[in-house]
Design a protein around this ligand. Structure first.
Ligand SMILES: [Zn+2]
Length: 87
């Protein structure tokens, strides 16, 4: 199971970035339209939680990690992971 998952990650070239549109209510009386904001996030490869890319890098709950091929013995692979997964 874990090996299957690892193989899948190794075959992947990039960490996918997901995007949703968030509608924000504007307080302006003139402009009734809702402001739409693009919101980008990674999905944690280990628990499938969202890793929000909106805050500054050091304030995010996770990010992208690259494992070099010297470690994987195959090829390098990139994973998106939450900081708490390392604990
Ligand atoms: Zn996670």
């Amino acid at each position: 199971m874990i090996k299957e998952k690892l193989n899948r990650l190794i075959e992947r070239d990039t960490v996918p970035i997901f995007c949703i549109d968030i509608k924000e209510n504007t307080n302006s009386n003139v402009l009734k339209a809702k402001k739409i904001k693009k919101h980008k996030y990674y999905i944690c490869d280990y628990c499938n939680e969202k890793i929000d890319l909106e805050p500054k890098q050091e304030e995010r709950n996770g990010g992208k990690v690259m494992f070099p091929n010297s470690l994987t013995k195959k090829r390098e692979y990139r994973t998106s992971i939450m900081h708490q997964m390392f604990k």
